[in-house]
Design a protein around this ligand. Structure first.
Ligand SMILES: [Zn+2]
Length: 233
């Protein structure tokens, strides 16, 4: 398998095609099994060790949406360079086992999709007919998952960290919408602009933009403390 190309080329798809019949037979089946096993192992590791994932799982549990690994995650083969998706109809997170090869990438995809699942849990998100809802969750996922917190040092150097981050979030949200809805770029840009400020500033359940694993760890600890405080009342 090819190594992942540029980090920025990873697509996120809210509702990837889930056609099980596409699985090929023969020797490929064997490698698919290996991919599937590796995907499961990396998923387990992400759920147990990533502070982003742990915080989101705790927050969902508190909101009455307990997540089960076997029920709510599915490692599957996906088209193109899609990394993952959230299937609102089945409340399942799809992880693209043929496109995720590194633990750090798995952690980001799990976090990104858990933010959609969190939004799905806490709000009555109208994924299908209200593009503003979809845009808002994509902005939040790009902003809070770490998708935009790594990488292009030159861009950061040129434009400053803050502006680079915002532009990255905007661009990723637009791309995610275009990947799953038949609308043109202009429309997508307009919708993202309309909801950008509100959704960019909604940091729940992190309380801040976690720019690094360390930030996420702090956010998780704060969340735990708050939870403990309320539990004691
Ligand atoms: Zn997304």
């Amino acid at each position: 398998m090819d190594q992942p190309k540029e980090e920025d080329e990873y697509g996120y798809d809210l509702f990837p095609e889930r056609n099980k019949e596409k699985y090929k037979k023969g020797s490929i089946t064997e490698s698919l099994f290996t991919f599937n096993h590796k995907c499961q192992v990396m998923l387990q590791f992400a759920l147990e060790t990533s502070p982003y994932a742990k915080l989101l799982l705790s927050a969902m549990k508190s909101s009455g949406c307990k997540v089960f690994k076997e029920r709510h995650f599915s490692c599957e083969d996906c088209d193109g360079t899609v990394s993952g998706g959230f299937d609102a109809a089945s409340s399942q997170i799809v992880l693209c086992q043929n496109n995720i090869h590194q633990q750090s990438h798995m952690n980001r995809v799990v976090t990104h999709e858990l933010i959609h699942a969190y939004d799905h849990c806490r709000a009555h998100v109208d994924w299908f007919s209200n593009f503003r809802h979809l845009a808002c969750s994509e902005i939040r996922a790009a902003n809070l998952s770490g998708d935009c917190s790594f990488g292009n040092e030159i861009a950061r150097f040129n434009f400053g960290v803050k502006q680079h981050h915002q532009e990255c979030v905007r661009a990723r949200a637009i791309r995610s919408i275009l990947a799953v809805r038949k609308i043109n770029r202009e429309e997508a840009e307009k919708i993202v602009s309309e909801v950008f400020d509100t959704c960019f500033n909604d940091h729940a359940p992190f309380g801040r933009i976690p720019h690094s694993k360390k930030d996420a760890k702090f956010a998780y600890r704060e969340y735990k403390n708050r939870d403990q405080y309320y539990a004691n009342l």
